[in-house]
Write a protein that binds this ligand. Structure first.
Ligand code: FAQ
Length: 338
């Protein structure tokens, strides 16, 4: 994986890709063109003028998303060598590779906004950048592979489908492909849960125990309640976010309860109840103190996850150096041949 922009000799340094981004309110015509595009549902592309705050918000969200995909490889990656059959191993391997690919599309989408891969990776490794809280929980047993696919990918799809309509073109297009792959991920997780739940009593107990641990962290994945969400109002105005955190959380719960019933598993929420008047499930209170503790770096695996990423990055230094040397050599040869 390249983590550096390649500035080849003789070429000017790479220009900021989103060259139109500006803090200056000076040009009302450009602001007007941007506002009209957003209102009309037209995509904003890297070469278009955009307000600096819009650019920064996208860099924040897309890079957090990319980091989540990359750190998200770790809980499942730990289980590849312990998969119980060749079929399960092949599925898990493919899924984890897909998550790595999602990270790459998303870093590329963020780079179109004028940040370098190096800056983004450095923000993750230094602990400055956020990534999804969910990946700071441990995967303790094989049933966790089912729960991650069924619930974590299920929640990810719920959040990402509306992002396919995001106002920023490169992000929206990346999400279309990612959602197709996430759909396979969710289905393989549910199928794994189904196999466990139709298996022995011990296998079903494993599935229930994993659901008991993953349920609330997944419910929290959608982010703080709408009342506490600092970014939602503006990102919804800009057409980046289309559905609020609480509404997505509700959609996820409504879709997941019947799936748990089919598995014969019990969701660990004594307050969970169908509310015919609202046409939705009511759920119990969310422990937001746990959510913020994990987001602020003190979850069960935050330190371990960052250390693993730092080690992997250091161990991959020789690959990046070799790839850059190869690219320079090819560029030199191309110039000589010209
Ligand atoms: N974890 O004002 P809001 C996946 C932060 S991909 C950590 O509501 P916003 C695939 C938030 O950043 C999962 N931090 O923020 C997979 C902000 O902090 P900041 C990732 C969180 O941006 C499956 C602050 O709280 N998906 O699972 C979380 O409007 C299996 C205030 O919050 C995406 O990133 C959290 N859960 O809404 C991979 C989707 N929630 O930046 C492997 C794109 C909130 O001011 C295996 N992102 N925060 O310092 C989004 O849709 C949004 O960014 C939200 C948050 C909904 C995550």
């Amino acid at each position: 994986m390249y983590t550096q922009a390649i500035d080849l000799p003789g070429q000017p340094p790479r220009e900021r890709a989103a060259s139109g981004a500006s803090d200056s309110p000076a040009d009302p015509a450009r602001q007007q063109a941007f506002d009209s595009a957003i209102e009309a549902g037209r995509k904003i592309e890297p070469q278009d003028w955009m307000p600096e705050a819009y650019r920064r918000t996208l860099v924040r969200q897309i890079s957090q998303h990319a980091h989540s995909e990359v750190v998200g490889m770790l809980p499942e990656g730990n289980w590849i060598t312990r998969a119980p059959s060749l079929r399960r191993k092949a599925i898990l391997l493919a899924k984890v590779q897909d998550e790595g690919g999602h990270g790459l599309y998303l870093y590329s989408a963020a780079e179109t906004l004028g940040v370098s891969r190096d800056e983004l990776v450095e923000a993750l490794l230094s602990g400055k950048a956020k990534y999804s809280s969910i990946f700071n929980y441990p995967a303790l047993g094989w049933a966790d592979m089912g729960c991650i696919g069924w619930l974590v990918d299920g929640a990810a799809i719920m959040n990402q489908i509306p992002l396919c309509r995001c106002s920023y073109g490169p992000y929206a297009r990346a999400m279309i492909r990612i959602c197709k792959e996430e759909s396979f991920h969710q289905r393989q997780g549910y199928e794994l849960m189904l196999a466990l739940c139709r298996g022995t009593a011990a296998q079903k107990a494993m599935a229930q125990e994993a659901l008991d641990r993953w349920w609330w962290p997944v419910v929290m994945m959608f982010g703080p309640s709408d009342a506490e969400s600092v970014h939602s109002a503006q990102t919804m105005k800009w057409g980046i976010k289309r559905i609020s955190n609480d509404d997505l959380r509700q959609k996820f719960i409504d879709a997941t309860v019947p799936q748990a019933e089919l598995l014969g598993l019990e969701i660990p929420d004594p307050h969970l109840k169908w509310n015919a008047e609202r046409g939705h499930y009511d759920h119990g209170p969310i422990d937001w103190s746990e959510f913020w503790r994990v987001v602020d770096g003190d979850g069960p695996c935050n330190r371990e996850r960052l250390e693993t990423r730092r080690r992997a990055h250091a161990n991959g230094a020789w690959v990046r150096e070799a790839a850059l040397a190869h690219a320079r050599k090819r560029a030199r040869r191309a110039r000589q041949a010209a």
